[in-house]
Design a protein around this ligand. Structure first.
Ligand code: ATP
Ligand code: ZN
Length: 321
């Protein structure tokens, strides 16, 4: 059994195993059937109750964003190799990317594959890269699509996206999953347009968190850029205040968790995918991302595991779940 297929829901070592321990948040979620164990860290099934809360959040984000005239775009949770390479994701986050492999051989190869399985040996080297990569953030598929359409309209553009996203970060913290949903609004246009959009959504995010009666705060943040060089990029991202997060305490004894993020990419994606402004020049972009699972978990943590017993005002904010 490798490090990613453990079934435990509690960090190993430390406490006296004979002493009665209160359940961890993850153990409570599993015991209540809200999350369903698959045997892989960070990969869970969701119950009808969990999904009902997720649907309530999604519907609320649609209502809050109704004035944005956003174009709704939905993609399956994967992108092609070419767009993935163009995104430069491997430069910044090689540790998080997930690629899809498949068996592409003949009958002889198939016999080899089955023999490996039979002998309980590694069979994954019998597979080849399909040219398909798991989507790392919900907004990634839209930039090449918008870039190919030609220059943006004068007022810029807002897109509404939602996708399961993959990140290879197996963890026992229920908030750190390998597959989770991001709902995003993405803004493309002039720098001023993006800054105003981000400002508006930070206010809306805070107001929404307060309406859900959650202890929210917004703080400057950075992405987990890889390696020694990554530290410099992360420091500069913080210094330029390119990323803010809305934080809520969720995990036992851990710092608060980022449940929404407010990102200004400057002209990074605009330049990579040739997204042009209507009067020439490269478009700037920004996105606000709502972590659907993390918000569901924050609600369950603060209001209890049974939504029927949550404060009425909270249930109404979620459209009467
Ligand atoms: P960008 O588009 O600039 O790469 P993003 O906003 O799409 O950034 P993040 O800021 O990394 O991506 O993530 C957005 C939200 O997704 C986070 O605020 C969080 O709520 C959620 N999220 C991120 N990682 C996980 C995870 N491992 N498990 C569950 N939710 C996550
Ligand atoms: Zn994004």
């Amino acid at each position: 059994m490798d490090a990613h297929t453990l079934t435990e829901a509690r960090p190993a070592g430390g406490a006296d195993p004979m002493a009665a321990q209160p359940p961890t948040f993850l153990e409570s979620l599993l015991a209540a059937g809200l999350l369903i164990q698959t045997g892989v860290r960070g990969l869970y099934g969701r119950s009808a109750v969990f999904e009902g809360i997720a649907d309530g959040l999604n519907a609320a984000f649609t209502r809050i964003g109704a004035d944005q005239n956003a174009e709704v775009l939905r993609f399956p949770p994967a992108i092609g190799k070419d767009d993935f390479e163009t995104s430069e994701y491997l430069k910044s986050f090689p540790q998080l990317a997930g690629t899809i492999h498949s068996f592409c051989g003949d009958d002889r190869g198939h016999r080899q594959l089955l023999a490996r399985l039979e002998d309980k040996q590694d069979w994954t080297d019998q597979q080849q890269f399909t040219g398909v990569v798991m989507t790392p953030a919900a907004c990634y598929p839209i930039y090449p699509v918008i870039g190919k359409r030609g220059p943006l309209p004068a007022e810029g553009k807002i897109v509404d996206v939602m996708s399961y996203c993959y990140r290879h970060e197996p963890s026992l913290e229920p908030t750190r999953m390998q597959l989770f949903r991001q709902r995003e609004y993405v803004c493309l246009g002039s720098p001023e347009r993006i800054v105003a959009f981000r400002e508006l959504w930070m206010e809306r995010g805070l107001a929404f968190g307060r309406a859900l009666q959650l202890p929210v705060e917004v703080d400057v943040a950075n992405d987990p850029f890889f390696g020694r060089g990554g530290k410099i990029v992360a420091d500069s991202q913080r210094e330029l205040k390119l990323k803010f997060e809305l934080l809520i305490p969720v995990n036992d004894g851990a710092p608060p968790t980022a449940c929404m993020s407010f990102n200004y990419h400057m002209d990074h994606f605009g330049a990579l995918w040739h997204i042009g402004l209507h009067d020439g020049g490269v478009a700037h972009t920004g996105c606000v991302g709502f972590g659907i699972e993390r918000l569901v978990l924050a609600l369950l943590k603060h209001h209890g595991l049974d939504p029927a017993r949550w404060p009425q005002a909270v249930r109404e904010t979620l459209g009467g779940i």
